[in-house]
Write a protein that binds this ligand. Structure first.
Ligand code: M6R
Length: 594
């Protein structure tokens, strides 16, 4: 939800800020803008639409060495020029990522100011300006800000007549990058990787003052805080497109590697597995909570953990769970799943569970993210930087992580033995085989891309995979799609099936194979265009117009292959429809608002 970048140093700031914004565009792309200092005066250029539009309208060679930039995902006020960041009030210019919940109250209290935008962010600029007039020292203002603002914020601030960048965060991500030639603020590490891989993590209510050759970080009481300088492990190339037409495709193709990286981290041998998962067997009940794809993967986890671990698992959407009542067992675990580790609703669930005294575990991709820092225990996946708004490789790694939890519980309880490790070892080869020949998924895409509605049918794990596949298709191709538990369709929705309606059925589990096939026959009888994805030859040729076969694997890992087929179908449909695949309309990668 919005990306912010700032640079102060010996080099011109505008090219650096633009390149940083480009790598943060996944966070929002409704408008973009930069404020930069020229001859001690703050100038602002901002434009509705993509960063490319800003680029065409700004002088890249401007003699400016300090500036802050923003790429917006609109929350308060429509995407338009006046609501775009940066916002200037008095001597203060800010870029803001987050939401100020009490902005209406503050706006009333700041009635001396004339507000021009509909945003909550302009109110913050006015508040900082007012406090600065009173305090005369920005550091005092930043130390006080938490007493005024309710909500989430990462702020980059310029003060007229000053050549520094001031930055503060609460519940929205912020890092400080350092390099020989200058210093950066950014919402995420990829924004600085062209220039440096060294950074500081800023925690809630901490703030920083950046000058061209110095960074000073303060704790929430305004005392100087000494921090460890971190080194980003991945390469800049890993965060780039690497010749692929889209990040989504690149990330689909990275799956063999990142899935194996995740597996090797946890099951290089049985002792490693036991050490990493130790203690999970003590829980009587587990609540898995996440949003979007993270919720869907939780549903796969439920099936596997209940089957192999014999532990009751409940799965819920974070925005629902956080406002529901819970009956906790004595040994109860709340397991949150989040790629970014910053999703507002998931973070709120984690905090609530901790307040209630419940043990928490997080499956996270982004190292050092809020959820990773605050959970009692973290199991990191190794998906690497994921840029495309639609998650692919992080989802698969989350699925493998849940599979390994179920496997650990299975081994621990004697339902499985160590020979099960073998099932994980050749996954990269099998996935590569799928990625080597995409003719089947491309032809399915060609069969369905002109349709208005697509249905996915499956039972149990297959149903959970259908939900994820349906989301992927909607998200990137804008085709309307629904996932249905195969046995449920006839209770209403089958009325929507007419001649030529695409129905993609997923059938991988032996115990429900014939049941789902009967449901497929029911839709075929109503004229559906039937596409069946399965791991066993289907003898009755009347139940499909197109069959996609995947190798038959143990159910702990088998659904990965089907997921990848469905990711490819969504990708190719979106491509045929000319969609903006990496940045679908109205979306943002990291959802840091409620
Ligand atoms: O970063 P998170 O895993 O917490 O994000 C959760 C969802 O916003 C995310 O999975 C979303 O549904 C994806 N865009 C789906 O592709």
């Amino acid at each position: 939800m919005c990306g912010i970048v700032g640079y102060v140093g010996k080099d011109k700031c505008i090219p650096r800020i633009l390149s940083g914004l480009e790598s943060l565009e996944y966070r929002g792309y409704d408008s973009a803008g930069i404020a930069y200092v020229v001859n001690n005066l703050v100038k602002i250029t901002k434009k509705q639409g993509r960063i490319s539009n800003l680029k065409e309208n700004i002088n890249i060679d401007e003699e400016s060495y300090v500036g802050i930039g923003h790429t917006r995902w609109a929350t308060h006020g429509k995407p338009c020029q006046v609501n775009s960041h940066p916002h200037r009030v008095g001597k203060v210019t800010i870029v803001h990522n987050g939401i100020i919940e009490n902005y209406e109250t503050l706006k009333n209290e700041l009635s001396d100011y004339d507000f021009v935008s509909e945003t909550d962010s302009e109110v913050v600029a006015a508040l900082v300006d007012k406090l600065y007039k009173e305090e005369k020292d920005v550091k005092h203002v930043l130390a006080k800000l938490k007493d005024y603002l309710i909500g989430s914020y990462a702020l980059g601030i310029l003060i007229e007549g000053d050549d520094k960048i001031y930055a503060i965060r609460k519940d929205s991500p912020l890092i400080i990058g350092v390099s020989e030639n200058g210093n950066f603020i950014a919402s995420d590490v990829p924004a600085i990787l062209e220039y440096t891989n060294l950074y500081y993590l800023i925690l809630n209510n901490e703030f920083a003052v950046l000058s061209k050759d110095d960074v000073v970080i303060y704790d929430e009481n305004g005392q100087i805080s000494t921090k460890n300088l971190l080194t980003f492990e991945g390469s800049r190339e890993a965060a780039m497109k690497n010749g692929y037409e889209h990040y989504m495709l690149k990330e689909i193709y990275e799956q063999p590697k990142v899935i194996m990286d995740t597996i090797k981290e946890y099951i290089s041998d049985v002792d490693t597995l036991k050490e990493k998962m130790n203690g999970l067997e003590k829980y009587e009940e587990i609540d898995i909570v996440g949003c979007g794809s993270a919720y869907h993967v939780g549903l796969v986890g439920k099936s596997l953990i209940e089957k192999y671990g014999h532990i009751r698992v409940n799965v819920d959407i974070a925005s629902e769970y956080r406002y529901s009542d819970h009956i906790y067992k004595d040994n109860h675990l709340v397991l949150v799943i989040s790629q970014s580790g910053e999703t507002a609703d998931t973070l709120a669930v984690l905090r609530k569970a901790k307040e209630d005294g419940i043990d928490t575990l997080a499956i996270v991709n982004v190292v050092g993210s809020s959820i990773a820092r605050e959970a009692d225990k973290v199991l990191y996946i190794k998906a690497g930087v994921e840029i495309a708004v639609a998650t692919t490789k992080a989802y698969s790694c989350q699925l493998i992580m849940l599979s390994m939890i179920a496997m650990y519980l299975g081994i621990n309880s004697g339902r499985l033995d160590e020979s099960i490790f073998e099932e994980y070892k050749s996954l990269d080869k099998l996935i590569n085989d799928i990625l080597d020949d995409t003719s089947d998924t491309e032809s399915v895409a060609a069969m369905i891309y002109k349709n208005k509605d697509v249905f996915y049918l499956g039972r149990k794990i297959d149903y959970a995979i259908c939900m994820e596949s349906s989301l992927k298709l909607k998200e990137v191709s804008y085709l309307h799609s629904e996932a249905y538990a195969a046995g449920e369709l006839k209770h209403g929705t089958i009325s929507l099936i007419e001649s030529g309606t695409p129905v993609i059925s997923i059938i991988t589990e032996d115990d429900i194979r014939l049941k789902t096939l009967s449901n497929v026959k029911e839709v075929c009888a109503r004229g559906a265009l039937s596409i069946v994805i399965t791991n066993e030859e289907v003898l009755d040729k009347d139940v499909y117009d197109k069959l996609i076969l995947v190798p038959k694997l143990h159910d702990l890992v088998g659904s990965i292959l089907v997921v990848i087929k469905c990711q490819l179908i969504a990708y190719y449909v979106a491509k045929l429809n000319g969609c903006d695949i990496d940045k679908p309309r109205n979306l943002a990668k990291s959802v840091t608002v409620e």
